[in-house]
Design a protein around this ligand. Structure first.
Ligand SMILES: Nc1ncnc2c1ncn2[C@@H]1O[C@H](COP(=O)(O)OP(=O)(O)OP(=O)(O)O)[C@@H](O)[C@H]1O
Length: 297
């Protein structure tokens, strides 16, 4: 079995209300997987269950072949976690934050020093090692969080909305860092509200180098606690329709999916009155809105 992450009929219930319902899917080793969903869909709760921060109410979760309930220590050793809240200590220096994490994981010296150096260089914070974390920008803090999560050499990295609140340049730099980790073989599960993030990291726009045999990442969309679809960007587009006719009706827009762009164009050409109509390829946001019936905040 080559699964890095596997969920089987997982539920999470708070006060008799199931906020995650019958979740089953598998993520392969080395895969990059984007979990999308509107606010309250259950993405963070799912990440919290996968990272042993909260227990599933029902069902089975295995991480690197270890059960999250029975073998939680082994699970913790095999994962790195970057959550939404910035959990780095602002009154410590960059290096001290890394030192603290290394000691928590009982990484002996000189290996600890070597790994701290290696990961700070990787996230381009080597020159800021002695600076207090509170003097860093939001993007630098996020990079420090990633470096810290990787210090104990996990095989799987969980990122809960890694680029929220960051400017476009900083977001792109983080994408490159995340993609680089995946290219080195790291399994990555991220949640996000940003369609372009998923399209870049899990879709057709991710940079592929010559001889790069990686498969495109997969995307899961959750809504009201359930996984409503799962596949590569291309699979999701084929399923919903690759061609889209956008039509203005009064103050609203209607979206009509067609199997191909050509079929959408043919339909448009057959219309006597083409006012307020246009045809274009469908994208992830169209599919998201079609499936969840609403847009992300
Ligand atoms: N500790 C808790 N106690 C009770 N309800 C909770 C708890 N944690 C989460 N919930 C509820 O579970 C549902 C799913 O929340 P969750 O944070 O997992 O969604 P999300 O998809 O991550 O949303 P967002 O995109 O806003 O972060 C929400 O209705 C939330 O109010």
């Amino acid at each position: 079995m080559n699964a890095a992450i596997s969920l089987e009929n997982v539920y999470k219930t708070y006060n008799n209300r199931s906020v995650v319902k019958d979740l089953s899917f598998t993520i392969e080793k080395g895969e990059i997987f984007g979990l999308l969903g509107p606010n309250g869909a259950g993405k963070s709760t799912t990440i919290r269950m996968l990272t042993t921060l909260t227990k599933p109410s029902q069902g089975q979760i295995e991480i690197s072949g270890y059960d999250v309930l029975r073998d939680s220590m082994l699970v913790k050793q095999s994962i790195g976690v970057v959550l939404q809240s910035l959990s780095v200590d602002g009154d410590l220096s960059v290096w001290e934050n890394m030192e603290f994490q290394g000691r928590l994981h009982h990484i002996p010296n000189p290996k600890r020093q070597r790994l701290i150096n290696q990961w700070l260089e990787y996230v381009e914070l080597g020159s800021r090692r002695n600076d207090l974390v509170k003097t860093l920008s939001g993007g630098m803090k996020r990079r420090l969080q990633i470096a810290r999560a990787l210090l104990h050499q996990p095989q799987i990295l969980f990122l809960d909305e890694p680029t929220v609140g960051l400017d476009p340049q900083t977001r792109r730099r983080l994408w490159e860092i995340i993609q680089g980790l995946n290219q080195q073989g790291m399994t990555i599960l991220l949640t996000t509200h940003y369609m372009d993030e998923v399209e870049y990291l899990c879709g057709a726009f991710g940079v592929r180098t010559a001889g790069d045999n990686r498969k495109p990442g997969r995307i899961g969309i959750m809504d009201s606690g359930k996984l409503i679809t799962l596949g590569t960007l291309q699979e999701l587009r084929s399923e919903s329709g690759e061609g889209l006719l956008v039509k203005q009706v009064g103050e609203h827009w209607e979206y009509l999916f067609f199997p191909t762009l050509r079929e959408a164009s043919n339909y448009l050409n057959q219309q006597e009155d083409k006012t307020g109509m246009m045809v274009r390829p469908s994208n992830l946001e169209d599919i998201f809105v079609e499936l969840t019936g609403r847009q992300l905040d």
